[in-house]
Design a protein around this ligand. Structure first.
Ligand SMILES: Nc1ncnc2c1ncn2[C@@H]1O[C@H](COP(=O)(O)OP(=O)(O)OP(=O)(O)O)[C@@H](O)[C@H]1O
Ligand SMILES: [Mg+2]
Length: 231
């Protein structure tokens, strides 16, 4: 199985008030391409820190993150910007849509850095909203959408530039279980139709059944993968 992301002895520490916190501690894992990997674990176990390292939003204290065979800490600023622009999409717990723009305009806005023509952008924005089952809600502004619908617009925006990996940090944290599952089913479909790889964190045990791999973290380390304890 081809792995798209790899962490090798990855460590990220924070110094707070003379104390060193090991948010991610000597962690190693391979994330297979075109799969859905779910990270679970108690609050403070290092899930967000790990996602930020995988997504090149943060740098390791030691160890490495490989994205398709390249050590992302060693990329030039230009290459790192290209990676963020072309290969990676993010979905966060708080949705952060632009309030004055409709759903389709929010997705279109993300595509302005893509170099597509106005017509191509519009077509792709509509296509992405259709992929998340929001064809009927394209012209709604965020406050005219439910929480789950807003989160699906955020997913449409995150996949609009055809990234290889979508990182989703607690995307269902503010949703009820039903809307949460709907959002996650959208990820499942995107893995099949768009070939993306999804790396998500969630506290909700209901999400596990839709994932290909469930990784449980504690104190910055992986304690189990797919129910098997790791040393
Ligand atoms: N910027 C920072 N400065 C100092 N400490 C930090 C920073 N970011 C995270 N930490 C600490 O690192 C540890 C891991 O935090 P992280 O946010 O990765 O946990 P998490 O698993 O995402 O938790 P949650 O489920 O609550 O979102 C925590 O103890 C946290 O306090
Ligand atoms: Mg977190």
């Amino acid at each position: 199985m081809e792995s798209i992301l790899r962490a090798v002895n990855l460590t990220r520490t924070f110094r707070v008030g003379g104390e060193t916190i090991y948010a991610v501690n000597e962690l190693s894992i391979d994330i297979p391409a075109n799969s859905f990997t779910l990270f679970q674990g108690p609050s403070g176990s290092g899930k967000t820190t790990l996602l930020n390292l995988f997504g090149a939003l943060d740098y390791p204290t030691s160890g490495e993150v490989w994205f398709r065979g390249a050590d992302i800490a060693k990329l030039s600023d230009t290459k790192r910007d290209e990676l963020l622009r072309n290969e990676i999409g993010f979905v966060f717990q708080s949705v952060a849509l632009i309030g004055l723009m409709s759903a389709v305009e929010n997705v279109d806005f993300r595509l302005r850095i893509s170099g597509l023509s106005t017509e191509e952008r519009r077509r792709r924005a509509e296509e992405c909203l259709a992929l998340v089952n929001l064809r009927q809600r394209m012209d709604h502004r965020p406050h005219e959408l439910s929480g789950g619908e807003q989160q699906r617009v955020a997913i449409a925006r995150a996949i609009s530039n055809r990234p290889s990996v979508v990182f989703a940090d607690e995307p269902t944290g503010e949703l009820d279980t039903h809307s949460g599952l709907q959002v996650v089913k959208v990820f499942r479909e995107l893995i099949e139709t768009e070939g993306v790889t999804v790396v998500m964190t969630s506290h909700d045990p209901n999400m596990a059944e839709l994932a290909d791999h469930v990784v449980v973290m504690e104190d910055g380390k992986i304690v189990s993968i797919d129910g098997r304890e790791t040393a």
